[in-house]
Design a protein around this ligand. Structure first.
Ligand SMILES: [Zn+2]
Length: 87
């Protein structure tokens, strides 16, 4: 007889009891970050209101666009100051 497989993550119980142990997993912009719980791998992100919300595929998409936009802007700023430091 096969043992029924459960999706229940033992760490999830720990989180339910002691609370999640979030760590910054990704810095999207200077004020938007993604957090991952060290125990159950639940992910959160900063939304446009500056509050923490569950990292849904939709938010992942938004963050990817944000990160792209932010990186480009940073690169442009960097290049600008680099050029101006030569002349
Ligand atoms: Zn957790």
């Amino acid at each position: 007889m096969k043992k029924p497989t459960t999706n229940r993550n033992p760490f999830k119980i720990y989180c339910d009891v002691f609370g999640h142990n979030y760590q910054v997993s990704k810095k999207v912009t200077s004020h938007v970050k993604e957090y991952t719980c060290k125990c159950c791998k639940k992910q959160l992100t900063t939304n446009s209101n500056g509050n923490l919300t569950e990292l849904t595929p939709k938010y992942k998409e938004i963050n990817m666009l944000l990160e792209d936009f932010y990186t480009r802007r940073m690169l442009r700023l960097k290049n600008k100051s680099f050029v101006s430091s030569i002349y």
